[in-house]
Design a protein around this ligand. Structure first.
Ligand code: FA5
Length: 344
């Protein structure tokens, strides 16, 4: 082989290697090129090195100088390609690195509000005691909210400052004593009347729903809250049965070790009347009112008080829920703070 031809082969190999290595985009192809150009057994450099032995003795020196020069150019091109691929792979990484050993991120599922859960639970307990569930409207008239419940026109419970009366479209003057006056119901006792107007005795129902009062919010009061009304009308119903039902309910919902007490009280629609408290951290907390249905109420719905009697109760759902779940401020139930709500 002539020197000139050998030198041209060296140059052609170098140009080819530099071109291909400048274009390589993945490490597998780079490795294949390394084997092709500088592989120890049959790489192109090795082949040319062997051909050098066929040159005339005086040509070997310049051929050797050129050979070493192109060998280091090809090595350089390999190293540059390697560096370029490394930086390419680190800039390709978008977003955070995935660490499969980290604990997963829990996805929270929606669930029912604690008060809705409480309502379902109370229905279930009272169902076992033989009470069926009825519903009534939240917007009421004065007949169902007051008159039929033996709350006369001059009674302070009817004061516009203690109720959410609604103005009626077209009416310019507002009269809370008018038969047409409407209000957001202030108690679920309205449903007692609606049921007795429709059904003949015996009656054994509960009704759960929202009630509204312009009470200032504090740890145990809220302007909108829920009550569970209960009504049992039959022959010879006794106060002892009323107390037994409330005790059974309280121990079912709050636990066998709950202490409850009954205090004498007054409601226009029951006689005698009591208020019921549970003990919570050494404090008595009122959770409801109850009593034997007043004969005037039975008469107002067309029942004969000589033949039937019964008891009624109205319990605060929020306070029961709070005692069971250890919630110390009723406002927490309505802040819509998911950190609080997720606990239920
Ligand atoms: C009544 O509403 C009577 N209708 C209960 C009743 C029914 C008596 C049938 C006799 C026969 P009272 O206003 O006390 O009673 O309310 C009953 C319960 O509702 C209270 O014991 C309390 O647990 C709850 N409650 C009253 N006001 C609020 C309020 N602003 N926020 C939260 N809970 C309340």
């Amino acid at each position: 082989m002539e020197l000139q031809e050998f030198l041209s082969s060296l140059e052609a190999l170098t140009v080819d290697a530099e071109h291909k290595l400048s274009k390589v985009t993945d490490s597998a192809s780079l490795e294949a090129m390394r084997v092709h150009f500088v592989g120890a057994r049959s790489g192109q450099i090795k082949i040319l090195q062997k051909q050098m032995g066929g040159l005339a003795a005086e040509d070997r020196k310049p051929a050797g100088i050129k050979f070493n020069e192109i060998k280091s150019r090809i090595q350089n091109a390999l190293e540059q390609a390697e560096t370029r691929l490394r930086s390419l792979s680190s800039t390709k990484q978008t977003g955070p690195m995935l660490d499969p050993t980290l604990p997963g991120i829990r996805q929270h599922l929606g669930r029912t509000h604690p008060i809705t859960q409480t309502i379902e639970h109370l229905k279930e307990i009272m169902g076992r005691l033989g009470f069926s569930v009825v519903e009534g409207p939240e917007v009421e008239d004065t007949w169902h909210n007051f008159v039929a419940l033996n709350i006369p026109e001059d009674h302070p419970a009817r004061d516009p400052l203690d109720n959410f009366y609604l103005s009626v479209a077209g009416q310019t003057t507002f009269d809370s004593s008018a038969d047409t006056a409407c209000l957001l119901r202030s108690q679920t006792s309205t449903v007692q009347i609606r049921v007795m107007e429709e059904v003949r005795p015996p009656v054994r129902i509960i009704s759960l729903g929202r009630v509204y009062r312009p009470d200032e919010a504090d740890a145990t009061h809220f302007p909108m809250f829920h009550q569970m009304e209960g009504l049992w009308i039959d022959q010879n119903v006794t106060m002892a049965q009323l107390k037994s039902v409330l005790r059974m309910f309280a121990t079912s919902y709050l636990g066998a070790d709950v202490h409850i007490r009954f205090r004498p009280s007054f409601f226009p629609f029951t006689e005698p009347s009591v208020e019921a408290d549970f003990l919570w951290n050494d404090n008595w907390v009122e959770f409801g009112g109850a009593g034997m249905v007043d004969p005037n109420v039975l008469q107002a719905v067309g029942y004969d008080p000589e033949k039937v009697n019964g008891f009624a109760f109205g319990l605060g759902v929020e306070r029961l829920c709070m005692r069971r779940h250890g919630v110390h401020d009723i406002r927490d139930l309505y802040r819509n703070d998911l950190r609080f709500l997720h606990q239920f």
